[in-house]
Design a binder for this molecule. Structure first.
Ligand code: TRP
Ligand code: ZN
Length: 863
């Protein structure tokens, strides 16, 4: 295989700029014809290199003259014209086959729709173009199609013309006045229902808002529309950013590789992140819809108006936009609980990535396939790196930096260095050392020891970052550590500065004039994406759980108490092990503490997951960890049974089925209670569980009880629940995804066979990414005890699926291979089994996407 690695250090500006592009799409049932008129101006000496991928070239004209085959070079991935004038007009006609496009990149079909996905490199699958984010131009798009089947024809910008043609066809012309890179181009054609609303901006302009969905789904758009309006207002209020076009459209499609896409004025969404009704979507789904709608909307300024120079700068738009959507969600809901959930995502997916074979910095320096770099590191760690700048500069300082960034770079394609320079210049500070967060991968560990004597507390901090493929010897990071000190009565002491800035490999901090030894709370709000090694005693952790007012720090104390207890269980004989009674009473207190919000109580009572525990171990014996977790859950349920049952009953009686923050919190807490009860005494709690399953009026309540029934040892009940749920929801595609997932993550031993059977179910399709994620992804990533079965059956199952899926959708195949990138963390036996599968795959002919993941996972000992 030729090495196709792309390097940041080889960046060169484009040789040509594009003044305008005029596109014409003729859509037919079995193909599409695209003509593309480009006006080009030379910027540097060199050939004109246009990218293409799986295109059938029909003709090329230069300045009105048809080019002969000898006048250009046609390669599978390019159309090259070596000698051309400094100014030229090209007319290129290509033919493509959207109905055969199973990769879902470029122009493809989803159910009866035509739609596009151009990020990162999909535009070249439509026509030949300078398909790179630093080539910005104005798009005019004409679409023609049969009118009955495709009454709705959409593209970016404003509709400027439309009409009927012969043979039952019709046409439209859209013009986008804003210059944009090709990855933001979009087109949709089909029979869609439209839900409309409007938004009046801060300067009094009225914006036409439209959500297009498949007919029948109109009643599931209210929440997305409300979320959109809230996002538009929030960006005005918090960042002073007003929407720029007169129309904003969203289209929901069933087949989509990712969450959603921020195409200018025409966002395209995975329907999972638009459609929500209380009976079909859980409270978490509602939160996800709000967050993703906001994320894509916020891209209009962070991503579209100011875009990326090259794909190494992906976090410029993604990290920043995730930070913005996280803060939006915190402002709309509970700030503390949202922070806890964001940290949970970071620890469960980004930390393992940083410790795996695909580890890379927030700004990678090399890639084989850019689609493999839409990662938790670029998105979520990228957001943490923005957050740290927010912490260091303060709210006002950060806003000054953002204002300068928009002023300087509106309409440009820029780099992460440009972003940081705006932060520096607006605040007159130097972030040189801080920028190592962008260039060095790995999760830094900070070891803290403290010493108190004669009114003086000294903290010694040492930082260390494990080696990662791109760098073995890390330079120290600039780490902001937010902290608080408490007196023995639980009162917070006044301090001058809440942030400790750790910059050296080893550094000490001293606090003087204390009247007693204080209790220290470090890394409040999770102020840096690090692993803090502090070895607090059980008493200190209990103290923080009781007195901390920062929700994250309080929750982290609870998590650490539980992790310590589960680790004890792992080290002892299970029959000698007991949850410490002080921990039981503390958690019991949380359960009953009405001075805390219900959702925070639910989070505090939710034990850490498999990954949280695995992260702390040198070598993970999956079976042992799962057994210890089971013991813990059972004992906890046992000790809290009475209280949980009482609270459950109380919250069930008062349930109002509303969709607002407090109601979400109460349902979450009630379902934690039900889970505890079922863990402890299944036979006693089963009635309640079944009753909830039957009477549930929200999907939150139905799915919580369904999941417990599916894990029940009572086969009859289990099968009945599976059948009933299916019958009730057989026409709701997104609900069936949940039905697949709950079965795929069942803890029962026969699950793999059950999953294999479900692959043949008529509602399953390997071509639909949501279905693949719901069934196969859920099994491989959300069911550690079965996926990591000691006989290797889970691994060979995944390898087989990858072989099939890679031919259909390489992007999804590469993502699904993720569990194999973590093989080094497991015991020897499992390592060997996983490597066997990797080696088998390594010998096959694979897509560039999957080949990159497999080959990097096979490189051993380089670290
Ligand atoms: N830019 C999209 C976002 O908001 C990501 C995305 C959507 C994407 N579809 C994609 C990335 C397909 C790669 C391929 O995060
Ligand atoms: Zn994004």
């Amino acid at each position: 295989m030729p090495d196709t690695t792309v390097y940041l250090k080889n960046y060169q500006p484009p040789f040509f700029s594009v003044e305008t592009i005029n596109l014409n799409f003729d859509l037919y049932d079995d193909h599409a014809l695209i003509s593309n008129e480009l006006k080009l101006t030379r910027q540097h000496e060199g050939p004109l290199h246009l990218c293409g991928d799986e295109l059938e070239l029909v003709s090329v004209h230069m300045n009105g003259q048809k080019l002969d085959q000898s006048e250009y070079i046609l390669q599978p991935d390019a159309l090259i014209i070596e000698n051309c004038p400094d100014e030229l007009t090209l007319n290129i006609v290509t033919r493509i086959y959207p109905q055969k496009n199973t990769q879902l990149s470029g122009l493809y079909r989803s159910n009866h729709l035509f739609c596009t996905q151009c990020e990162a490199e999909g535009f070249r699958r439509i026509t030949y173009f300078l398909d790179r984010p630093d080539v910005l131009t104005t798009y005019t798009t004409r679409i023609s199609a049969e009118k009955k089947q495709y009454p709705i024809l959409l593209s970016n910008g404003n509709l400027i013309d439309a009409g009927d043609a012969e043979d039952g066809r019709h046409w439209v012309v859209w013009k986008d006045p804003f210059k944009k890179p090709s990855y933001l181009f979009a087109l949709v054609a089909g029979n869609l229902a439209c839900v409309r609303d409007q938004f009046v901006t801060c300067s009094g302009r009225s914006i036409d808002l439209r959500i297009y969905v498949e007919p029948g789904n109109e009643d599931k758009c209210t929440h997305a529309m409300e979320s959109l309006k809230k996002s538009m207002r929030w960006d005005e209020e918090v960042y002073g950013r007003e929407y720029d076009l007169d129309i904003f459209m969203i289209v929901a499609v069933s087949d989509f590789n990712m969450g959603a896409m921020e195409n200018k004025g025409l966002n395209i969404f995975n329907s999972k992140y638009i459609l929500a009704r209380p009976d079909t979507a859980t409270d978490q789904d509602f939160a996800d819809v709000e967050g993703v709608v906001a994320h894509e909307y916020f891209h209009n300024w962070t991503g579209n108006r100011v875009t990326c120079r090259d794909w190494f700068q992906l976090s410029l738009k993604e990290g920043l936009t995730v930070f913005r959507d996280q803060e939006f969600s915190r402002d709309m809901n509970s700030r503390d609980v949202n922070r806890i959930m964001d940290v949970r995502v970071l620890r469960n997916s980004q930390f393992p990535e940083d410790a795996g074979t695909m580890a890379h910095p927030v700004r990678p320096e090399a890639y084989q396939e850019i689609n493999n770099f839409y990662t938790a590191t670029v998105y979520n760690k990228g957001a943490e790196v923005i957050r740290m700048q927010h912490t260091l500069l303060g709210k006002e300082g950060f806003r000054r930096g953002m204002d300068l960034y928009f002023n300087r770079h509106d309409g440009q394609a820029v780099t992460i260095d440009d972003f940081v320079a705006a932060m520096e210049d607006a605040n007159h500070i130097d972030l040189t050392q801080f920028k190592r967060w962008y260039s060095q991968a790995g999760t830094p560990e900070v070891l803290v020891t403290s010493n108190y004597a004669q009114g003086e507390l000294t903290l010694k901090m040492q930082q260390y970052c494990p080696p990662t493929p791109e760098c073995h010897d890390k330079k120290p990071f600039h780490i902001p550590i937010r902290f608080a000190l408490f007196d023995s009565k639980g009162q917070q002491l006044a301090i001058e500065n809440e942030i400790l800035e750790l910059k050296e490999k080893e550094q000490s901090f001293t606090f003087k004039g204390l009247s007693e030894k204080p209790v220290l709370s470090l890394l409040r709000e999770f102020s840096a994406p690090i692993k803090l090694k502090q070895n607090l005693s059980q008493d200190e952790l209990l103290f923080l759980l009781k007195y901390e007012v920062d929700g994250f720090a309080k929750w982290d104390a609870a998590q650490n108490l539980i992790i310590n207890s589960i680790k004890d269980c792992l080290n002892l004989h299970a029959n000698k092990w007991q949850i410490p009674s002080a921990l039981i009473s503390a958690l019991k207190h949380v359960l009953l503490d009405e001075s805390l919000d219900a959702d925070l109580r639910a989070e505090l009572l939710t034990p850490p997951g498999f990954e949280d525990i695995a992260m702390q171990l040198e070598s993970v014996d999956v079976g042992a960890v799962e057994k210890a977790r089971d013991f813990f859950h059972q004992q906890l349920g046992w000790y809290l049974y009475e209280e949980a049952q009482m609270l459950y009953q109380q919250l069930w009686t008062s349930e109002d089925h509303r969709m607002n923050g407090p109601a979400y919190g109460r349902r979450k807490l009630r379902n934690v209670c039900l889970w505890l009860m079922m863990k402890a005494k299944e036979s006693a709690a089963l009635d309640k569980c079944q009753q909830q399953f039957i009477a549930a009026q929200t999907m939150t309540d139905q799915i919580a009880s369904f999941s417990l029934l599916v894990n029940s040892t009572n086969q009859g009940l289990r099968e009945q629940a599976i059948e009933d749920f299916y019958k009730q929801w057989s026409k709701e595609d997104l609900v069936l995804d949940k039905w697949f997932t709950i079965q795929a993550i069942s803890e029962l031993p026969e699950t793999l066979n059950h999953v294999k059977m479900l692959l043949k179910h008529s509602a399953f399709s390997i071509k639909n990414p949501n279905k693949v994620r719901a069934l196969i992804g859920a099994f491989c990533m959300g069911n550690p005890r079965n996926f990591h079965a000691i006989d290797g059956s889970g691994y060979s199952f995944l390898a087989e699926i990858l072989v099939t899926l890679d031919k259909i959708n390489p992007q999804i195949a590469a993502r699904l291979a993720n569990p194999f990138t973590r093989w080094k963390r497991y015991d020897q036996h499992r390592q060997r089994l996983m490597r066997e599968q990797l080696e088998r795959l390594g010998k096959m002919e694979l897509s560039r996407d999957l080949a990159e993941v497999i080959s990097k996972s096979l490189l051993v000992n380089e670290v």
